[in-house]
Design a protein around this ligand. Structure first.
Ligand code: AMP
Ligand code: MG
Length: 342
């Protein structure tokens, strides 16, 4: 009897040790914060291969910025395109194909051919100014007409057009991060690249959800006005508070342009947060929806199976929830009111 008890205790100890070792291995965490893409990147991962995933995510985001997407880094492919060398990698052909499709689907509200406009207004730089009409006209004239030649793997830019992937680079980075954490079976991953965040939790079971604070567009950087509870995916926010300048009369000019007018978009919104399966989509759509305004955004969101939280100038928080998906939102600042699209 005594012997049986000892065996039982030994088995229990072995099982307990195995559970502790497994828990230690599978719940290993890795986190870091670094600068890339002119913003702060923060990574929090859980899983047996989390530290390897973290190293790879860092490498990939820095590579994307330096070698592919930056328009200021002389080693990047976008820089080369903008400076007359048009031959590009298959990787960039694939990305630009997706972006051209979103340009078309958004009716040109999202347009990566806006670099000239961005430079002209200089918002966020010390040269910020309101350009004159003729300059604006010239900058938007052909911005939509850049094309990809699939045979020669080149990009054709019409005279005066240059590419600016500032509206979508951070979302693209989230998609690369997703590939890395998927390959390494991470249990839970939160990768925030500026205003775009990857939330992945496949290892946590089917009903995992994440809480995301939505910044108060009229408050400071650390003030939130709502909390979004959402399934795994990507969330991106575009807001008029990110980069702007004010003229002598106090009128605010922000950095998201309506390519049809050449002026900062004026659709009655302070910010738009979009949730989608992929970061490239959530980031491009947050910019497009900011330009389009609530009503015109709906078909675009539906097309990409995405949802949005619009914050209007009259302090309403309008969601598409119930229309396309089942997320929930809680307003945490009672100077805002919650509404749904009509
Ligand atoms: P986001 O904060 O993601 O909405 O991106 C804004 C940035 O994208 C700006 O700083 C510009 O570099 C660029 N941009 C501005 N307007 C547009 C537009 N309509 N479509 C695409 N990119 C734009
Ligand atoms: Mg964007």
């Amino acid at each position: 009897m005594k012997k049986k008890g000892i065996v039982f205790a030994a088995v229990a100890v072995v099982i307990l040790a195995a559970v502790i070792v497994c828990d230690f291995l599978f719940n290993k965490t890795a986190s870091d914060t670094f600068l890339a893409m002119n913003t702060t990147v923060s990574v929090e991962l859980t899983g047996a291969k989390s530290s390897d995933a973290l190293t790879k995510i860092k490498e990939e985001i820095l590579r994307l910025d330096e070698k592919l997407l930056s328009r200021t880094n002389e080693n990047s492919e976008i820089y080369a395109i903008n400076n007359g060398k048009a031959k590009i990698s298959d990787e960039l052909v694939t990305l630009l194909t997706v972006l051209k499709e979103i340009e078309n689907e958004s009716g040109g509200a999202f347009c990566i051919g806006v670099a000239q406009l961005t430079d002209l207004w200089g918002i966020g730089t010390e040269n910020a100014r309101v350009p004159d009409e003729a300059e604006i006209e010239a900058a938007i004239e052909n911005c939509f007409d850049w094309t990809i030649d699939y045979g020669s793997k080149t990009v054709h830019l019409p005279e005066g057009v240059k590419l600016d992937l500032g509206a979508v680079g951070k979302g693209i980075a989230c998609d690369y991060a997703y590939g890395i954490v998927s390959d390494r079976n991470c249990k839970e991953s939160v990768v925030a690249v500026g205003g775009s965040v990857l939330l992945d939790g496949r290892g946590q079971g089917p009903n995992v959800s994440f809480k995301v604070g939505i910044r108060d567009p009229l408050g400071e950087a650390n003030e939130y006005c709502a909390v979004l509870e959402t399934a795994p995916g990507c969330v991106s926010t575009s807001g008029n508070y990110e980069r702007f300048f004010e003229d002598e009369s106090g009128k605010r000019y922000h950095h998201i342009f309506d390519p049809s007018t050449g002026y900062p978009a004026d659709s009655g919104l302070l910010s738009v947060t979009v949730e989608a399966q992929y970061g490239t989509i959530s980031d491009a759509l947050s910019t497009a929806c900011f330009v389009l305004g609530i009503e015109k955004s709906l078909p675009l969101l539906e097309k990409y199976n995405a949802d949005a939280v619009f914050i209007t100038e009259d302090k309403q928080i309008i969601t598409t929830y119930g229309e396309f998906q089942n997320e929930t939102i809680t307003v945490t600042n009672d100077s805002y009111t919650l509404g749904e699209v009509k």
